[in-house]
Design a protein around this ligand. Structure first.
Ligand code: ZN
Length: 289
């Protein structure tokens, strides 16, 4: 699943291609249409006629990111509203002149929503497993996950907020790994970067929040920032399906310290794995306490 760095990279690449453009039309795949016909709201969370009516003729003022969501600030008839998208397990957004320009055949075949822009660019949302989501929201905070989301790691108050939330009584008995994957504590940490940051901070993923000192938590917050920044500098992780806007793969998967490793690079011990918060977690019982 794309985590914060991968979504941030999509935003950075997409913005110059689509900002200032107007959406002239929208194509929806058979999957989306069939899903809606049978009441399943596949990908698009509004009624599809309403969705098309709103976005057609709207100008893209800005592309932004919040947590693992990418959003588009849209303007139409002097009204400002937002299209919020989540890439799900395996979604990708491409900006291309022609659908054949999407090199990866799986993505090309599994396009779900295509926006036609006024300079003939196609902004295509492709999703093989169809867990992605698109919603319209008036104000950004009308979108429920945003109304409860912690500050971004780049915001000044992030470290203090993080400490406060991890030390909140409702989290005291939970394992730290599950808590840092909660966007009300810090947004954008998924399974991969949770393992990496905890390893760098020397904290066992299974440790209960109540038993970690404020000093070590401050260190963990810094390590989360470090893994995000490292991944951004390497173009993100390409584990299964993540691709950049023009189809390129990232490099971060070659820079992991613990995720999917067999032996610890620091001490040589065998790397342990355990399912926490439904996802496989990698850690070293010698280097992490
Ligand atoms: Zn070790």
């Amino acid at each position: 699943m794309p985590e914060l760095p991968e979504v941030e990279l999509v935003k950075r690449e997409l913005a110059p291609r689509v900002q200032g453009r107007t959406i002239e039309g929208t194509d929806l795949s058979e999957f989306v249409n069939n899903g809606h016909r049978t009441g399943r709201k596949t990908i698009i969370k509004q009624d599809i006629e309403t969705f098309k009516e709103w976005v057609t003729g709207a100008s893209i003022i800005k592309v932004g990111r919040r947590g693992k969501y990418i959003y588009f600030v849209l303007e139409k008839n002097n009204d400002i509203f937002h299209l919020v998208a989540h890439l799900g397990m395996s979604g990708a957004i491409f900006a291309v002149d022609n659908m054949d320009d999407i090199d990866n055949v799986n993505f090309r075949k599994h396009w779900q929503v295509v926006f036609h822009l006024d300079d003939s660019t196609l902004m295509a949302y492709c999703d093989i497993r169809r867990f992605g989501e698109m919603s319209l929201a008036g104000r950004l905070n009308d979108f429920l996950p945003f109304s409860r989301m912690a500050p971004e790691y780049t915001d000044e108050g992030s470290a203090a907020y993080f400490l406060d939330r991890v030390k909140d009584q409702k989290n005291s008995n939970k394992m730290i790994k599950a808590v840092i994957m909660d966007s009300t504590v810090i947004p954008g940490v998924g399974n991969i970067y949770a393992s990496e940051a905890l390893y760098a901070a020397g904290i066992l993923p299974t440790r209960k929040c109540a038993n970690i000192s404020a000093k070590r938590l401050a260190g963990l917050h810094q390590e989360i920032i470090n893994v995000f920044e490292l991944s951004l500098s390497k173009g993100g992780s390409t584990i299964s399906d993540y691709r950049g806007v023009s189809g390129q793969s990232g490099n971060m998967q070659n820079g992991f310290s613990i995720y999917q490793k067999k032996k610890c690079g620091q001490c040589g011990s065998e790397v342990r794995t355990k399912v926490i918060a439904t996802r496989n977690t990698f850690y070293c019982t010698t280097c992490q306490r």
